[in-house]
Design a binder for this molecule. Structure first.
Ligand code: SF4
Ligand code: SF4
Ligand code: SF4
Length: 308
């Protein structure tokens, strides 16, 4: 029988550490070390070199996900500074202080082939669809530990910080639209074709074709996400270094392959109590301000800032 996070937290509070140990000990076995590309993997191809920063995709994303427009910035316009509990897709601007080429960048979940958010979640609240590879969040499994925000190398999942039972928000590739035969909202409105949707192999082929046609246009003549971080289903082309767009040089090994699986072994075999996660909620709640400050510091350090 499924257990809701509220029930879980209540039970842990009642039973204390022994119950938490029991819950942890019942966690499923570890997955294989390597994760293959799902047979029906779909994704996005974003070409920063042709994005004009119109943010039509941001509005379309909010509409597609039925989220109320985030006007918390100035109370009037839908102009979020960053991904947040109402914003799954954001356009930012990289503009180097000393001059040189600038670039817009679209940020949303990368739908990693080996998602660190899922590897880091002690209760499998984040999972990767074995067919499409879409990474989704399941409310009933989430205990609100917010560990996925720490493990994601792209700083994607966001929380509703207010309330006792907060939601995790991130792009789920408009999977409910896909079920109806529709394309993801962001890909239906882009006036330049900077973001397109399709099967991952077709997107990869398209990206490589663009590189072949314009050999001096793209950074390192390569597609970010083909192999980076073990591969992702959101693929990027850029005319500026990927790192400037918030896409770190992780290398071909995924973050879970490098660092996280040993942690999960600890949780399973040494039963690091789940109750610690519940306690961490309070610590992490206090770190909200730090999270925001860190984002601003990243902006200052990289020159990549919110497109207002
Ligand atoms: S795929 Fe859907 S949820 Fe993801 S960024 Fe595009 S519109 Fe938003
Ligand atoms: S980008 Fe982050 S949230 Fe998205 S699948 Fe990868 S690890 Fe998970
Ligand atoms: S709709 Fe297309 S061109 Fe406009 S900001 Fe989004 S990706 Fe860029």
């Amino acid at each position: 029988m499924a257990i809701t996070r509220r029930e879980l937290i209540t039970n842990i509070a009642k039973a204390g550490v022994p119950a938490a140990l029991a819950v942890t000990a019942c966690a499923p076995k570890l997955e294989a070390e390597t994760v293959p590309v799902p047979s029906g993997a779909v994704g996005l191809l974003y070409d920063a070199s042709i994005c004009i920063g119109c943010k039509a995709c941001v509005a379309a994303c909010a509409e597609a996900n039925d989220t109320s427009p985030d006007t918390r910035g100035d109370g009037l316009h839908q102009a979020p500074n960053d991904l947040n509990d109402r914003t799954r897709n954001i356009i930012k601007l990289y503009k180097p202080a000393g001059g040189g080429p600038s670039s817009y960048v679209k940020r949303q979940c990368m739908h990693c082939l080996d998602p660190a958010c899922a590897a880091g979640c002690p209760f499998q609240a984040l999972s990767k669809d074995p067919e499409t590879g879409i990474v989704t969040w399941t409310e009933d499994k989430c205990i609100g530990c917010r560990y996925c925000t720490i493990t994601c190398p792209y700083h994607i999942p966001r929380f509703q910080w207010a309330g006792y039972n907060p939601r995790v928000t991130k792009c789920e590739l408009c999977n409910t639209r896909l079920d109806k035969g529709l394309k993801p909202g962001c890909t239906t409105v882009c006036p330049t074709g900077a973001v397109i949707f399709g099967p991952r192999p077709a997107l990869l082929m398209e990206a490589k074709s663009r590189i072949t046609k314009s050999p001096n246009r793209y950074y390192q003549n390569r597609v970010y996400g083909e192999v980076d971080n073990g591969g992702t289903q959101a693929l990027y082309l850029s005319h500026v270094p990927f790192e400037k767009l918030g896409l770190p040089e992780i290398g071909p090994d995924s973050v879970p392959a490098k660092t996280l699986r040993w942690q999960r072994r600890l949780y399973q075999y040494f039963a690091l109590p789940a109750v610690l996660y519940v306690g961490l909620v309070q610590v992490i709640r206090k770190s909200l301000t730090g999270h925001e400050v860190e984002a601003h510091e990243r902006e200052r350090a990289t020159g990549l800032r919110a497109q207002r």
